[in-house]
Design a protein around this ligand. Structure first.
Ligand code: AMP
Length: 430
């Protein structure tokens, strides 16, 4: 399939559209985004790649088309997706796709911003595979098949780690033998950076403030969860580390544990490295504590009087509050605390419990303002507090699309900058 070369103007605005691709080990999520208006023109997911029956769901103009068929590999999956764009719409040539933006989980110390894909960038992402064995090879497969099938548009990679390349040395360093640390790249990188950067930038725009003036805590609470401290738009702390396992309690991930737990289980429970990987990444967190990883289920079970679910909620909130307290100490003055992602945007109980009793620090949540799910940026603190508490829906696809546009503009591949709600400038020195 061939897409016509970028033209400077189209019905979708000066920037046309960006196809955002998030490729996992057995899935590909995609969204065709208008980077100016911010809306998803079409979106979908390919699941169960390599199994007997795979699924493709494609949503356009309010309706979803589903195909159930064997999808041998990522190339086959993407071919089905491109077929659905042709058959159901929107027509990709008419949508004037100016770039494909790829989410890549681990950029190591190497990538401090988005990068235009070429063979060298591919080789460098490949070299980072030992740091993210589940994610980077899958991301790379998606990039390679997308480049083959869409060869006429620039491809841009946007890294989950990039926003956190500014972590001060004291925050990024584990207190272990530095010879070992340096040889094996063992340091704190941070993840969900695209979301933390987007949300902290959005907060400043919504409040009409310069981001340089604001000290912020961002709580990205989804199935994966992370917290960050952002001083003047620059990330100075975050809860995830070498991998996205450190920090908060998550849907199926443990977050912080004493590292000696691993040694203990290897020595005394006969668990292999793979067993422990599976335990901490897939059988822990809310799932490990209560058998459910979705907060809607946790709340239902709590209402039924289930003690495991109550404990899961208590452990989750306790850990979250510990991080909020730590980041208050790191930032000194906190202007805004923002909740985002699936739990942060939808769960008023978690939001209220996370910040309850912090009035002596000038932090409070107003029950009426907090009530319900939030689809738009909303202040949920009362007027008297020194720290504003907000809910701001994240939009990682839009952030990736805008970073892709900024990157191709910087490379001189495409036109103008006329965004009404501009992206943070691409920080790429990759
Ligand atoms: P995300 O990874 O950002 O898509 O978040 C997914 C998680 O958000 C789910 O596992 C749920 O725990 C949570 N979630 C989604 N909708 C709701 C809701 N209405 N109330 C509480 N939690 C929700």
């Amino acid at each position: 399939m061939t897409i016509t070369q970028p033209r400077p103007h189209s019905a979708l605005g000066a920037h046309g559209s960006v196809l955002v691709v998030n490729s996992g080990s057995s899935s590909i999520k995609y969204q065709l985004v208008n980077p100016v208006g911010g809306e998803a023109i079409a979106s979908g997911i390919v699941e169960r790649i390599g199994e007997d029956v795979g699924t493709v769901k494609h949503t356009f103009a309010g309706s979803t088309t589903q195909r159930d068929e064997a999808i041998a590999d990522h190339g086959a999956g993407l071919r089905v997706v491109l077929g659905l764009f042709e058959e159901i719409g929107p027509d990709l040539a008419a949508a004037h796709v100016v770039a494909v933006g790829h989410r890549v989980v681990h950029g190591g110390s190497d990538f401090t911003g988005p990068a235009l894909v070429d063979d060298d960038v591919i080789a460098r992402i490949d070299a980072l595979a030992p740091l993210a064995p589940l994610h980077n090879p899958a991301n790379l497969t998606g990039i390679q098949v997308a480049r083959e099938l869409l060869p006429d548009v620039p491809h841009v990679v946007v890294f989950d780690t990039a926003f956190f390349h500014t972590l001060p040395d004291a925050a990024a360093t584990y207190a272990i033998d530095q010879g070992v640390a340096t040889t094996y790249g063992v340091r704190r990188y941070g993840f969900h950076g695209t979301s933390h950067e987007y949300v902290s930038g959005k907060v400043a725009r919504v409040l009409g403030r310069r981001i340089e003036e604001l000290n912020q805590i961002v709580l990205h609470l989804g199935n994966g969860a992370s917290a960050s401290a952002v001083r003047g738009g620059v990330a100075v702390e975050t809860s995830m580390g070498l991998t996205p396992l450190e920090g908060l309690v998550m849907g199926t991930r443990s977050g912080d544990v004493d590292p000696a737990v691993l040694i203990h289980l290897q020595r005394n429970a006969g668990m292999s490295v793979d067993d422990i990987d599976d335990l901490l990444n897939r059988r822990s967190g809310l799932k490990g504590l209560a058998g459910e990883n979705d907060f809607r289920e946790i709340h239902r079970l709590v209402e039924e009087g289930d003690p495991s679910a109550q404990r899961a909620l208590d452990v989750y909130i306790h850990r979250l509050r510990k991080y909020v307290g730590a980041y208050l100490a790191i930032l000194g003055r906190v202007d805004v605390i923002t909740f985002t992602a699936g739990v942060g945007e939808n769960d008023d109980v978690v939001r209220a419990l996370a910040l309850a009793g912090l009035e002596p620090f000038g932090i409070a949540v107003d029950p009426e303002r907090n009530a319900g799910r939030k689809k738009e940026p909303t202040t949920i603190s009362p007027d008297w507090t020194s720290t504003r508490v907000m809910v701001v829906p994240t939009n990682e696809e839009l952030a990736i699309a805008r970073q892709a546009i900024a990157t191709i503009e910087k490379a001189g591949l495409e036109g103008t900058s006329d965004e009404t709600d501009p992206a943070p400038a691409a920080t790429g020195h990759a």
